[in-house]
Design a protein around this ligand. Structure first.
Ligand SMILES: NC(=O)c1ccc[n+]([C@@H]2O[C@H](COP(=O)([O-])OP(=O)(O)OC[C@H]3O[C@@H](n4cnc5c(N)ncnc54)[C@H](OP(=O)(O)O)[C@@H]3O)[C@@H](O)[C@H]2O)c1
Length: 271
């Protein structure tokens, strides 16, 4: 009789113990999905001002999102990163000063990234430079500055980071309506527009090449957005889109999982 009750108790203990273990496994599994879904390692260039700093602010405010923000001048970013609750909710903003026009910049870039991230989920190549000059005044140095910042730097960054992209991950290259085939063109922007056109085609080609690794590559061709760059390029004009509105669109697109190999116009007006 006693044996019967003892075996019942043991059986009950065994079942409940197994249930606890199974539940623990289930919780761990759910936790892992949660962790996977909510922890993101993101890199954005050209984040010192304009659209870039707005993107960095938005992303580093999302719980569990860690953002490396690259620019030459990082004063504004540092001021902002001191204000965000770094670590409290798992989100961080790491500002780093790197000049994308310097030879071998990608070595410093890679070291900085690998000291913080094991894998990369999103890369936004946003840094850009605009020179507004007619052909007769454009110099060989202008060509190098424009193409190095707008086209070669994204190439060098993607190449250096290639082994460290997650599967899946997303590369968003920031182009321009000036570099969008068939769009209205403007005097003085020939090299700038050509550099952005090259970036768009580069993105489309990479999307095919990197598809197998689970890396999506897209290019957003932006229209006029009220920033320092816009004010310098088109003095006296006022853009309808604010940097914050454009940043919101870019953030939503970067987090979306639909497109690959596309150059997408994002514009209200040009210029
Ligand atoms: N605003 C528009 O109407 C418009 C339209 C179409 C496309 N876009 C594109 O959108 C992106 C953002 O433009 P924006 O209007 O926000 O321009 P912005 O205000 O001039 O900002 C450009 C950013 O790029 C960084 N940058 C430039 N050269 C760099 C270098 N050599 N190394 C590191 N960082 C560098 C600048 O920071 P530092 O100077 O501190 O380095 C700055 O943070 C650009 O790619 C631009 O071509 C803008």
């Amino acid at each position: 009789m006693y044996c019967f009750y003892i075996s019942k108790i043991l059986k009950h203990f065994f079942i409940s113990h197994r249930w606890i273990n199974e539940s623990r496994c289930k919780f761990k599994f759910i936790f892992r999905i949660f962790e996977k879904k909510h922890f993101m390692n993101i890199i954005i260039t050209g984040a010192g001002r304009g659209i870039g700093i707005e993107i960095a602010k938005l992303l580093s405010n999302i719980k569990g999102y860690r953002v490396i923000a690259v620019s030459r001048n990082i004063l504004a970013l540092q001021k902002y990163s001191n204000e965000i609750p770094g670590g409290k909710n798992g989100s961080y903003l790491y500002p780093v000063s790197i000049d994308l026009n310097k030879k071998d910049f990608e070595k410093k870039f890679l070291t900085y990234v690998l000291n913080r991230f094991k894998k990369i989920d999103i890369l936004i190549n946003n840094a850009g430079v605009l020179v507004n000059k007619p052909l007769s005044q454009l110099t060989s140095e202008d060509f190098d500055t424009i193409f190095t910042t707008n086209t070669k730097a994204p190439f060098l960054i993607i190449k250096a980071l290639l082994p460290y992209f997650n599967n899946p991950s997303h590369i968003v290259n920031i182009g321009s309506m000036g570099g969008f085939q068939g769009s209205e063109k403007f005097s003085g922007l020939s090299l700038y527009s050509a550099s952005k056109g090259a970036l768009a085609i580069f993105s489309e080609c990479l999307a095919v090449e990197l598809k197998e690794k689970g890396i999506r590559v897209n290019c957003l061709a932006l229209g006029s957005t009220q920033t320092e760059m816009f004010a310098e390029a088109f003095p006296g004009h006022k853009a309808q889109t604010t940097a914050a509105d454009m940043a919101k669109h870019i953030v939503d697109f970067s987090l979306s999982k639909k497109q690959n190999g596309k150059t997408i116009a994002v514009t209200q007006t040009v210029p």
